[in-house]
Design a protein around this ligand. Sequence first.
Ligand code: SER
Length: 635
Amino acid sequence: MLNATHYALRTTHYAPLMTIHELRQKFLDFFKEKGHAIIPSAPLLPENDPSVLFNTAGMQPLVPYLKGEIHPMGTRLADAQKCLRTGDIDEVGDNRHLTFFEMLGNWSLGDYFKEESIAWSFEFLTSDRWLGIDPKKIYVTVFEGDADAPRDETSIGIWQAQYEVKGIAAEIGVAEKDEPAEVDGARIYLYPKSKNWWPGATAKGLCGPDTEIFYDTGLPHSPAFGAVCHPNCDCGRFVEIWNNVFMQFNRVEEGGSLEVLPKKNVDTGMGLERTAAVLNGFTTVYDLDVFQVIFREIESLCDKQYGKEEAVDRSMRIIADHVRSATFAIGDGIIPSNVQQGYIIRRLIRRAIREGRRIGITESFCDKIANVVIGEFGVQYRELETKRSEIIAELVKEEEKFSKTVANGMKELERILEKGVMTSEQAFMLYSTYGFPLELTEEIVRERGGSVDHEAFMAEFEKHQELSRTASAGMFKGGLQDHSAETTRLHTATHLLHAALRKVLGDHVQQKGSNITAERLRFDFSHPSKMTAEEIAEVERLVNGAIQKDFPVTMEVMSPSEAKESGALGFFEQKYGDRVNVYTVGNDQTGVFSKEICGGPHVEHLGELGGFKIQKEEASSAGIRRIKAIIGVGH
Ligand code: SER
């Protein structure tokens, strides 16, 4: 599957050819040898994290454990986590960006810290038993220190010792300064928080310095990117392959001061596809075998070939990436729809179909690509095999639906264009009534020499679509988002609902799942039968009563047994850390309305919520009911 140039390139690289499956396996085997439990990837759909639509980083599903909950598999974990980032959806196809990718990670939950983390990373990368990379090709970056937090001297010292064993005198590099740095001698580069701090320089919560590991591709530096080349230079010579985050602080408030954590964690992330690509000497992830097999399938469906024409390559890359993402997403139960995650998946599929038409594929094809994806990944991700027929059926259905949509929308579009120019209101009507994609409208109008006012369309869209609120809250972007005020309010409302359900239906009610978006809360709980209208009204009355009385919300830290004794709700079958946060709504004066073990965050006063309303009560699965509710409505 690899062309001659790739083979030639590869011979100039020390690393042997490796597939992503081999790299993944080596990574997990290595950390298993170092006493790590290998945990399965969490689904793409975050279970209890309202701040993101999908898991966008390896650490996301582990946040509760990084915050102190006890992980049932212990304090040393390693995994390959499925991630989906759609923030840069328009950049997919450019040969660097992927929407779906796997992130390899090793985790210390209050176990080892910098010494082992750095030494193991270096061993994995350079030992002949593992990746066998020439240590001279490894460059690292470390936090340089500022008024808020000190320079990470420990990491600098550990790195120097590691290089020394390999006979490399690792000088400290001067980065981002105008004078030329001796790149040949320097291996350790210091940067400020903007580069070497996770998650954000001022973000609230667990944080700390990180050390990032770069691979020197040997490509020449381009002066267009600055006089001096250094690891964070964008010229393409250095590629980041690993990020080791040392969570040693808690920032009490956004922009506030740092507290030293009693238990320090390590969170590392290695982008699987990107790392495999650079180690193979590829200039693009799409040279990897997993994508090449998909291209062969696409080629069999049209009369085009990959590697001949940039525009065709771009279409094929978009198809390969988007259908791979959709396959994994549907495998995790995310069904194409018009809202939330389902909408993103629908967009990915439709964009793939459009690119397919562009290169001359006339038949239904997403299902065929999905079969290739499942063939490629079904061993590592069994859910793809077990859900194969469902994935295929959804894709076929989606493709049929889109064909109809396009056919109907085209007729209407032609009618509009026959009469004159397309207004933004008409473009929006095509979108809202016919489901006709704006990008398609824009393209056709452009072909006829006109244009659609994009901003006016978006203004129209904002007026009509609640989804845009999610978008403006930043939820389509990759990375960790801070909890928005709205999701915090909904989170508190979830506690109220939980307590009220127990008061109205009985103590058998237990939380079985919770999901919060910027618009609504969703709560799954154990209860054998459909709730009556009276029961629903009573739950709403109790919750709204508490909100109207503006009960205070307070947090105390205690041991799990104290929490249980005090009547706090919690998942006691799960093992908690030594200390847990207990959130109480109400107090001795007002009466306690709700008390739960929870990581937060919550509002301080219920008055902030506004009126609470249950929109839907339905079955979720056998013995489990599901409620969707909103807040901020008039009482
Ligand atoms: N949290 C860090 C990242 O996502 C390391 O895993 O890059």
